[in-house]
Design a binder for this molecule. Sequence first.
Ligand code: NAP
Length: 290
Amino acid sequence: MFAITGITGKVGGEVARNLLAAGQPVRAIVRDIRKGDAWAGRGCRLEQADINDEAALTSAFEGAEGVFVLVPPNFDPLPDFPEARATALRLRSALEAARPGRVVYLSTIGAQSSQSNLLTQHTIIEQALRDLPMPITFLRPGWFMENSSWDVAPARQNGVISSYLQPVDKPVPMVATADIGRVAAELLQETGKGRRVVELEGPRRVTPDMIGATFADLLGRPVRVEAVPRETWESIFKSQGMKNPLPRIQMLDGFNQGWIDFENGETGSRKGLVALETVLQQLIESESKS
Ligand SMILES: NC(=O)c1ccc[n+]([C@@H]2O[C@H](COP(=O)([O-])OP(=O)(O)OC[C@H]3O[C@@H](n4cnc5c(N)ncnc54)[C@H](OP(=O)(O)O)[C@@H]3O)[C@@H](O)[C@H]2O)c1
């Protein structure tokens, strides 16, 4: 049996769908039991656990052949990341106590970087989990193609999308969440020893200009990509309610300056199958329904 956190989200849902399709039993770990109904209907056993509830996590992980660990995103952490440090310790204690057969932790591109930024939260958690007694895989995906969900409405309505990734003709390692879930499900079913890092990106690197051009093709209208001036980021993020925008700015600087990338470069990364066009088409369809 495989225990899946974040199952009501994008990646966790894909992991569970792939395991169920392979005929594997799945335990759905949800923080709100009512949100698990759809998974119970597909034959999953439900467990309720918040990512910061060590006792509930321990019981949800017990007896699992493999555990998929997804820590929910925190875009506005306190300085020096106390939230991630606390989560890391609770997760480690829960996994040590429950002793599942193996663990796949959803980390990120750039988790190896020593320069502080938003992704340092994953660096902290990787460090806390790296010496666990069971085999552990740190799955480090690139920038999610689904981050373009914010671009659908402006592309459709105004024909302009804003980009914090710049210059807008610079290729960025991006990946579809369908590929991440499929690969995570494969890794969970692989036997092996020790610790490993798997870096994952899509079939080809993507520039913000390519995102604009793909939206233009799919929407049948011109779409222009505008770089948001760096000096305006802090005030924009604060106006959106962020208290501590610095880590997010540092992360964007890391992508733009190239110090957030895969440890083993483009040649060392595993490649997904899902093209940008497929993801943007799905985002357009789901925006039309909402
Ligand atoms: N976006 C990117 O480009 C990128 C790149 C690399 C890595 N990542 C990492 O990918 C992860 C996000 O994956 P995703 O996009 O699949 O997430 P998502 O769709 O936002 O889903 C988040 C999941 O976490 C659950 N959750 C939220 N708060 C929780 C809590 N306190 N305790 C337990 N579960 C909780 C949510 O459950 P509810 O339904 O109850 O809210 C949901 O199932 C993050 O760790 C992020 O850093 C993202």
